[in-house]
Unconditional design. Structure first.
Length: 685
């Protein structure tokens, strides 16, 4: 079903699992190295406990086909020990089985161990019962560390025998998350882990916010991040925060916009000692979650632009959060979503179930456009990683542009020994940057002719690379002596060869016919499909009928919770929602990969499944959605057995809600269904 071409040829040969010959992984100030070869990995976050167990293998393969070379995953404490002393490693909570899948798919794994994770999980993953233990959480408090050690011991039962040194997939571990206290706490966690038996090639921490006291050099690699927008901002206006800085090349590695609800404003400065570590990210926004009070609509160009900027700024590992969305598992005591009423990390109301995140691969494994858009970039990182990694970043353009500032083209270049890659980003989220005319680049002694950089252009040009003096096309891949370039929309392709020959106004001929000797020029679509022999496509197969059973009751009063942002509707509030019944007469819809897509008008909605077993009728919440402009989706294959009908409840949209709704959201007061279809997911070969 899935292409083995990309995974076998392009991705896994440097991370190759053999117990007898496991590659050696090392790092220095520039990059990771595998058996002495520098690599520029692509790391994608997926939360195994938010994906049904029987879907793991498909989703890991989809990540591989997208160009991901390392998987990152949280181990949420309250997913496995919601009730004190009762550890659950069953079903989709089975970390060991997930790691076995990753091993079989030759995918290295970075475990983010907690104890605190965040991840928009209730209390950031810390179980409710910990708040009654009388200890200071996330400190060296002896009582807290006792429970942290017990957690790590349990996690190690799942990891034992699957570490890298054993021929397994686990290559690294992160301690806690977004921690701003004393480095001694992180070191105490590492000491516990090592004492239990963790023995990994490297260890990590989030490089934001600043620690009050440092971690000794070399103990943990600091990893950074950036997002195009954030649900956590308390403001309900467009372009809140300073996310615009993520679209500008800069030497500053971190973000001043991440988690401002918890961390406050952060200073844009390079921390002492950062230059001794490689520049890696673990949270480059692949999308964004929606909170009730703030619902960003993320465009595929947002993610692609940030990735180009991070590479052009010197990053040698792109780690996307999230690369794959998910669904919160059911809790025994309470729901497991972040909410204002929980005892910890209670600053936002997130949906009970959905964690789609608008990621390249969504909640149900559906592809969003950035999945394909990012593939040529990931191929480039793989094939040219050894060349790119030691290149120094240069910043000829201003590094600190204001929101929407359009006075100069944003560009950078990375160079070494007379060769370079030139990075261009003429894009900023929600702002139209103008065409830049008569642009002349001069890099490593090579002077480009005058060109126009159209609005929205994001690309990478080669300089003195693989027999090419320069090209106004993007370098994508190098295989079997062949060089693959991608056309840049709106820019005529010129390829100046090192032998003095210049090819002007070159047209794409695809991956089977070179434009000159071993040089191939691809269209954007061809580059997105390169070395991939399938593409997931959706087609509407059936428009569902439904019946309105109940009109919405009186409007609820939207109040602000303890975090001073609007509270999401409660279970009781949904009793006043408009109710629609959907009868599933065609049982074939419950087999195969069929997505229910509901385009509705309203504030938010929930989907319930009615099922009958042994004359016992049950009603179960299976999905929910805060309306923000994209359809409400549900994978019908996940319905409980013996489901007979679905019930959709919609809370009406109100006027003047204290909520940020993006341009794409339907803000019409009231509620209603505009279209309801079942979409068939098909892999087109």
């Amino acid at each position: 079903m899935f292409s083995k071409c990309l995974t076998a040829i392009a991705i896994s040969h440097l991370f190759f699992f053999q117990v007898q010959a496991q590659p050696k992984i090392s790092w220095d100030a520039l990059s990771l190295s595998v058996d002495g070869h520098r690599v520029c990995p692509v790391m994608g976050e997926i939360h195994y406990s938010r994906i049904p167990q029987d879907e793991w293998q498909r989703e890991v393969r989809m990540m591989k086909d997208g160009g991901v070379t390392i998987i990152a995953t949280y181990v949420f404490w309250n997913h496995i020990e919601e009730e004190e002393g009762i550890f659950r490693w069953d079903g989709q909570r089975s970390l060991r089985q997930f790691l076995e899948v990753c091993k079989s798919e030759q995918m290295p794994v970075v475990l983010r161990l907690g104890p605190f994770c965040h991840g928009e999980v209730r209390n950031g993953g810390i179980p409710d019962w910990m708040f009654s233990k009388g200890c200071k959480l996330r400190t060296e408090d002896k009582n807290f560390m006792k429970y942290a050690e017990r957690l790590y011991q349990q996690i190690f039962t799942q990891v034992q025998g699957l570490q890298w040194k054993d021929g397994g997939p686990v290559i690294a571990a992160q301690f806690d998350n977004e921690y701003r206290g004393r480095g001694e706490y992180l070191m105490a966690l590492k000491k516990i882990a090592l004492g239990i038996g963790f023995d990994l090639p490297f260890y990590t921490r989030t490089g934001w916010p600043d620690l009050r006291t440092p971690v000794p050099f070399g103990e943990m690699l600091p990893l950074y991040g950036d997002y195009a927008d954030g649900f956590w901002d308390k403001e309900t206006k467009e372009c809140a925060g300073n996310y615009h800085k993520a679209f500008n090349f800069k030497s500053f590695r971190s973000s001043t916009a991440i988690g401002t609800d918890l961390l406050g404003q952060q200073e844009a400065k390079v921390n002492a000692g950062d230059e001794q570590y490689p520049y890696f990210t673990c949270e480059l926004g692949g999308g964004m979650a929606t909170a009730y009070h703030r619902r960003p609509y993320i465009y595929p160009e947002d993610t692609y632009s940030m990735a180009i900027v991070k590479l052009g700024s010197g990053s040698n590992l792109l780690g996307y959060y999230m690369y794959h969305g998910g669904t919160n598992p059911e809790g025994r005591l309470h729901t497991l979503n972040e909410c204002q009423t929980s005892p910890g990390t209670a600053n936002n109301d997130l949906p009970v179930m959905t964690y789609d995140f608008q990621a390249p691969l969504g909640e149900f494994g559906q592809t969003y456009p950035q999945y394909y858009m990012l593939r040529p970039l990931h191929l480039f990182m793989h094939d040219f990683g050894e060349v790119l990694a030691p290149m120094e970043a240069h910043f000829p353009a201003p590094q600190n542009l204001a929101l929407g500032e359009d006075r100069e083209l944003r560009w950078s270049y990375r160079s070494k020994d007379g060769s370079a890659f030139l990075f261009i980003n003429n894009y900023e989220r929600l702002h139209h940057l103008s065409d830049k005319h008569n642009v002349v680049f001069e890099v490593c002694g090579i002077k480009f002719p005058k060109i126009t950089i159209p609005s929205g252009t994001m690309c990478i040009f080669p300089v003195n690379m693989e027999g090419i003096s320069y090209a106004t096309a993007q370098m994508v891949a190098k295989r079997n002596g062949n060089i693959y370039l991608m056309q840049v929309k709106g820019i005529p392709t010129t390829i100046a060869l090192s032998n003095g020959k210049t090819l002007k106004n070159v047209k794409a001929k695809g991956a089977t016919k070179p434009v000159y000797k071993n040089i191939y020029l691809l269209s954007v679509d061809e580059a997105e499909q390169l070395f991939l022999n399938h593409r997931q496509q959706n087609s509407d197969i059936q428009v569902l009928t439904y019946k309105k059973e109940k009109e919405a009751g009186s409007q609820r009063t939207i109040v602000k919770g303890k975090a001073k942002v609007a509270e999401a509707p409660s279970d009781n509030d949904y009793e006043t929602a408009a109710v629609y019944k959907i009868v599933l007469n065609d049982t074939s819809l419950l087999h195969g990969r069929h997505l229910l897509s509901i385009d509705y008008r309203g504030d938010c909605a929930r989907l319930y499944a009615h099922s009958t077993t042994n004359e016992c009728k049950t009603v179960r919440l299976v999905a929910d959605n805060f309306q923000y402009g994209r359809p409400f989706l549900f994978g019908l294959w996940r319905l409980p057995e013996n489901t007979t009908e679905l019930e959709l409840r919609i809370m009406p949209m109100q006027t003047d809600m204290p909520v940020y709704l993006p341009r794409e959201a339907d803000k019409t007061p009231g509620e209603g269904i505009k279209k309801m279809v079942v979409t068939s997911e098909e892999e087109q070969f």
